[in-house]
Design a binder for this molecule. Structure first.
Ligand SMILES: [Zn+2]
Length: 677
């Protein structure tokens, strides 16, 4: 039987042949492609030739190409256009893929060859990119214990097994705690202040559980409107404390002990592999490099942001006192009075802005910006396949008419697409046998759909989202490297948001807005006082916001970058010590942050929470450079393209950044932009 996924596509630009793929093709294609990839690995291991960079590292890099191609089509569809069949296949395929991954990292004969190349690296005359690739391949083994003696390898596997069970349990407990809490309101007067939509949703939720009245829960769509708008202070207190108490009830869903076990095991694991702490282990593969650097980074920001944060807090406190006679501003008052104060100061209404941001205009705006900066041209192309009729397809060329990339854009929500917005690719850029392979990049969003009478008009938040994802897309499209695993967005985690976040800056600039922010009916350019208001409101309470992010980053570093947690007795006490100097509101003794801090105890953010602020410092510092010589300055843009966008992960990001900027990033530009200095 024919299986299109296993053949040459024979499509224009070798694009994914969506219309010819049947869901039934996937499983068989995956199995066959894994088999083929294994044959390629075996060939590397079993050759009688001495290990060289080419026959080992490069051969490993280019192995499994067919499998990668199928995986990217499949998993992209599972995010953007899924259905029950695809989801079922995903469940079947995921264990096969992780088993295949393990087969490689545990392949001792393969590691022996890699190590032999690695040990002789100084004599090999490798290019910088080749050195990076060699280092990356070697570390993908050594960081998983390949250098350890058998008994320690066994120990490592034990720790990993325990850790995956504990992090899973941590998440299950948080979820169970979230689902457990219910606040039923039966007196309509208690709903005062809440918007119509929130009241309606609470009524429906109560009905679905066969209850009268209005039901509120700790789910964000229920919780956030309540703490933002409900006038009833005692009820705000009740639900806020419940939210802060997840995993902290001394019952079967308690996470205190799990936090201590996870951090102790991570510390042990790092020691076993020769690292001082878990943070040292994680940060080795980050731009920040060491816990010391992260801590000094956070503390420097703290010193500079704290006075502004305290000023803002005092304003907010005064405002609450004037409005409602509140003597002491508490955690359950923060969101509520922030919203009230924001309304009073800005009265910025999305509906006022939306007519200036028709989707087509905004897309063309992003294209024009990319043209002015990087000489790119976007031309609609109708001859390639798409997985849904809503998807837009473009051929991207440079000013010499050379082919740069295929660009897909999929903007509207529908059943089968997950929430949020993201950039992804169907094919990376790389060079093979002297042949340049150009990438196929896609962005997927969930913007307001057009209706019969109205085009799609974006909120300002959607506009910055589009520019953000487009920035990631430029990183992918402008890639110019040799190896696919170092291409485009394949960079260290605390560097990957630079190209995306920096693009958002153009949305606040008059010179850029004039290019595309015109009224969809009258053609009038957006009034500058509206733009000023957008800018001002973006700095609203930024000091408090910054302090909060810093406090989470420092807590993360305390758990993962210090002494072994084995001696810690009280999670709450440890946490309060870590928070010292960053708190504005009075402590709530019955609450604990760590027991529901899923980012670091369940998701992949352990020793990485700082990267939110880190990326902001980078993007503000980079944009400052543009602003110094004009936001469309070709020279600066070319430097950015040549040293950052085209380079992917071929070199250490700090080296790349300094080559672009002439110096290390400094926090001043961010502090200025956020209105803190
Ligand atoms: Zn992003």
């Amino acid at each position: 039987m024919e299986n299109i996924l296993l053949k040459n596509y024979q499509t224009p630009y070798n694009t994914a042949p969506f219309s010819k793929i049947s869901n039934n093709d996937f499983l068989r294609a995956f199995k066959k492609a894994i088999e083929n990839a294994k044959i390629e690995i075996d060939a590397i291991v079993n050759t009688s030739e001495q290990p060289t960079f080419e026959n080992t590292i490069e051969a490993l890099e280019f192995s499994g190409e067919q499998l990668d191609r199928i995986s990217s089509i499949f998993f992209n569809l599972n995010s953007a256009e899924t259905n029950e069949i695809i989801q079922k296949i995903a469940q079947e395929v995921s264990p096969l893929l992780s088993e295949f991954g393990n087969d490689i990292t545990l392949n001792e004969a393969l590691f022996k060859r890699i190590k032999s190349v690695y040990d002789s690296k100084d004599t090999l005359n490798l290019t910088t990119e080749q050195q990076t690739l060699l280092d990356k391949k070697y570390k993908s083994f050594s960081r998983n214990g390949a250098n350890l003696p058998e008994d320690k390898k066994e120990k490592l596997r034990e720790i990993d097994k325990k850790l995956s069970q504990l992090t899973l349990k941590f998440g299950e407990n948080v979820l169970a705690e979230t689902n457990k809490f219910e606040m039923l309101i039966t007196d309509e007067a208690d709903l005062s202040g809440l918007p119509e939509g929130a009241i309606e949703a609470a009524k429906q939720l109560a009905e679905s559980k066969e209850k009268g009245g209005w039901l509120f829960t700790l789910d964000y769509p229920s919780y956030i409107p309540f703490v933002t708008y409900a006038n009833h202070r005692e009820l705000r207190k009740k639900i806020t404390i419940a939210a802060g108490k997840k995993g902290f009830h001394n019952d079967e869903l308690d996470n205190q002990n799990i936090v201590l076990q996870i951090t102790t095991l991570r510390h042990e694991r790092a020691n076993l592999l020769g690292y001082k702490t878990h943070a040292h282990f994680v940060l080795e593969e980050r731009m920040a490099k060491t816990p010391e650097k992260v801590k000094s980074f956070l503390n420097e920001l703290l010193v500079k942001a704290k006075p502004a944060a305290e000023r803002e807090f005092k304003n907010l406190q005064d405002f609450a006192k004037e409005s409602d006679g509140i003597q002491h501003l508490e955690k359950w008052d923060g969101t509520y009075y922030s919203e009230k104060l924001k309304q009073k100061l800005f009265s910025l209404d999305d509906e006022k802005l939306k007519p200036y941001f028709k989707l087509e205009n905004v897309i063309n705006g992003a294209f024009t910006v990319a043209n002015k900066l990087f000489n790119l041209r976007f031309e609609k192309i109708q001859t390639i396949d798409k997985y849904h009729e809503d998807v837009l397809t473009y051929k991207v060329t440079n000013s010499n008419g050379e082919f740069i990339a295929i660009f897909y854009a999929d903007f509207f929500p529908r059943k089968g697409k997950r929430n949020g917005a993201w950039m992804t690719s169907y094919k990376p850029q790389y060079m093979k046998n002297g042949q340049q392979e150009r990438p196929h990049i896609s962005i997927v969003c969930n913007f307001t759909k057009p209706t019969k009478s109205k085009p799609s008009l974006l909120t300002f938040n959607e506009v910055t989202t589009l520019f953000h994802e487009f920035g990631h897309a430029l990183h992918g499209m402008l890639a110019n490297t040799t190896y696919p695993s170092l291409s485009g967005t394949s960079v260290y985690w605390d560097f990957v948001e630079l190209p995306s976040q920096v693009m958002e800056n153009w949305c606040y600039e008059k010179e850029a807005l004039e290019l595309f922010a015109t009224h969809y009916e009258t053609g009038e350019v957006i009034p500058m006082d509206l733009v000023e208001k957008i800018k001002e409101s973006a700095t609203f309470l930024q000091g408090m916001q910054t302090l909060r992010q810093i406090s989470f980053g420092l807590l993360d570093m305390s758990w993962h970058g210090g002494e072994s947690p084995v001696a810690i007795k009280s999670v709450k006490e440890f946490e309060n010590n870590a928070f010292a100097g960053t708190q504005l509101y009075p402590d709530v003794p019955e609450n604990c942050m760590s027991t529901s801090f899923s980012h670091i105890f369940q998701g992949g953010y352990s020793s990485g929470y700082y990267s939110y602020k880190w990326a902001e410092v980078l993007d503000a510092d980079a944009f400052e450079y543009f602003k110094e010589s004009g936001i469309f300055n070709k020279e600066v843009a070319t430097k950015f393209k040549d040293n950052v966008l085209s380079q992917g992960g071929t070199e250490d990001p700090m080296v790349l950044y300094k080559r672009f900027r002439g110096q290390e990033p400094k926090p001043e530009a961010l502090l200025k932009r956020a209105g803190l200095i």
